[in-house]
Ligand binder design. Structure first.
Ligand SMILES: Cc1ncc(COP(=O)(O)O)c(C=O)c1O
Length: 483
């Protein structure tokens, strides 16, 4: 009998756990029976749930019944092989199972002693990933939840390097400092905008550098902006290069940017959130060119390394600066082994840490480097295949190069002469129509002012059949819309 004041007893956990694992195994292998994009109306899930908390407890069966009845219809299935939106991500089965263990262990890895294995597995697993990325052991790693947070920490460290007393005196009312400036390309991710705002630099402190015809930051424009800011008494704090921009996966010329940063003494942070994974494939290992000279770099295994959300790997050659910016140990967190071990709480703003390394370890071990490499290479083959269909079609056109696994394109039917506004509207309607099919989900962006459709391949279960289905739907719906 369960203790009336205790938790579920072992027999009941076993029963529900087995049923849950059955459900998960079926789900992961058969996500296609659900529409990829949820079809619920706004507010529907909220209205189906009681507004007040339950007074008395209920069985897990009842909770699960409501999960299937109320929650599941409101799920957009990132596990669906027809998910081609944003950056398609994969929670592969070994990672999902490891997450189950992480939840059961409920480790809080703030200090080495609060779970030595969590700290040391993080170190070892990030060491493996570092080698796969081709970075030297000069780079120390730490896991954060997201790339946004990793870049925030990189820029906080850069700010600390530029203004060593910022932790003590802050920035408000300082007459001894010129304006602090951060640089990224006009296609840099919005997380960089948010980081400068969060760090008290103000949004105006972010200078968006123009790109070339392949959407890569222009080094000469960056050099001119830095020179101009210095001439005006400003302090260039950091350059954020993007390896795999969000819209079209362009890759900034990191070697040239690294030259400039080292000559100018500016922190170079590389946002390789999506594209860093491509370093594992010999044909695309060039994505990391120059990155070994960066001060810091972020790559998201939760984007394109088959690791369930969330897990972002941050690497830094100057982790002592990150620690200087963030370590602060109250008396009650002091431990006798301090100095001999790493305490994860010292490398960032948060105290508590999830035990995320377990799932990355499980994924890397289960698939092995070769298994991961082959899957990534297949995604890139599928992207090239789809791009080829676009390129030979009379009704579609490609709007950006396809260096990796994302294709940017739009419908532009032969003989359609109605102008850019009408083309934008046609593409928006086409996107809605195919996303309503339930079989695929694509997202959009704007490139050079044009409404652009994006097909992003990244799910572990996506095959040629799914990409072909997307192409079939695009053609079917376009014919219907223009006839
Ligand atoms: C280039 C780039 N950087 C950063 C991010 C933010 O990632 P996260 O959701 O892990 O914060 C994204 C998200 O897609 C991205 O494309």
């Amino acid at each position: 009998m369960a203790d009336p004041l205790g938790d579920m007893d072992a027999e009941t956990i076993r029963r529900h756990g087995h049923a849950l694992v059955e459900w998960i195994a079926t789900y992961l292998n058969d996500t296609e029976r659900y529409p990829v994009l949820s079809r619920v109306e706004p507010g529907a899930i909220r209205e189906a749930l009681p507004a007040t908390p339950p007074e008395h407890g209920t069985t897990f069966e009842e909770i699960f019944t409501d999960f299937e009845r109320i929650i599941l219809p409101g799920i957009t299935h990132w596990n669906h092989p027809g998910f081609f939106a944003y950056f398609a991500i994969s929670g592969s089965a070994p990672g999902v199972l490891a997450e189950f263990l992480t939840a059961a262990l409920n480790v809080q890895a703030m200090l080495w002693r609060t779970s030595p294995a969590a700290t040391e597995l993080e170190e070892v697993t990030l060491g493996w990933l570092r080698q796969l990325l081709g970075l030297t052991s000069e780079f120390e790693g730490v896991i954060y939840d997201t790339a946004s947070i990793a870049s925030l920490h990189a820029l906080a460290a850069a700010r600390h390097a530029a203004v060593p007393d910022v932790g003590t005196n802050g920035l408000v009312g300082r007459t001894d400092l010129g304006p602090l400036t951060v640089y990224t390309s006009e296609h840099g991710h919005s997380s960089i905008d948010k980081a400068v705002m969060t760090l008290g630099l103000g949004h105006e402190a972010l200078r968006k550098i123009p790109v070339d015809s392949n959407f890569r930051m222009r080094p000469e424009s960056l050099a001119a902006a830095v020179a101009q800011d210095r001439a005006n008494g400003g302090i260039p704090v950091a350059v954020v290069a993007t390896v795999g921009t969000t819209s079209m996966t362009s890759i900034d010329p990191v070697p040239e940017l690294a030259n400039l940063c080292s000559n100018e003494g500016i922190w170079l942070h590389v946002d390789a959130a999506y594209a860093g994974a491509a370093a594992l494939v010999p044909e695309t290992a060039f994505v990391m060119d120059g990155c070994a000279r960066a001060d810091s770099l972020v790559v998201n295994p939760h984007k394109w390394l088959f690791t369930p959300f969330d897990l972002s790997a941050f690497y830094c050659r100057r982790m002592e600066t990150v620690r200087a910016a963030f370590s602060l140990t109250p008396d009650y967190l002091q431990t006798p082994e301090a100095g001999q071990v790493k305490n994860l709480m010292d490398t960032g703003v948060q105290l508590g840490r999830r035990f995320r390394a377990l799932k990355l370890w499980a994924v890397l071990r289960h698939f092995g480097t070769t298994g991961i490499r082959d899957r990534l290479a297949e995604h890139m083959r599928l992207a090239r295949l789809f791009a080829g269909w676009i390129d030979t079609s009379r009704d579609f056109e490609r709007l950006a190069p396809v260096p990796l696994s994302v294709v940017c394109f739009r419908a532009h039917p032969a003989g359609f002469e109605a102008g850019e506004g009408a083309l934008d509207a046609l593409n928006a309607r086409l996107l809605d129509a195919i996303n309503g099919s339930g079989d695929v989900f694509l997202s959009h962006t704007r490139i050079d002012g044009q409404q652009t459709l994006r097909l992003a391949i990244g799910h572990i279960r996506t095959t040629e059949r799914h990409v072909a289905r997307a192409w079939e739907l695009l053609n079917e719906h376009l014919t219907r819309l223009v006839s």
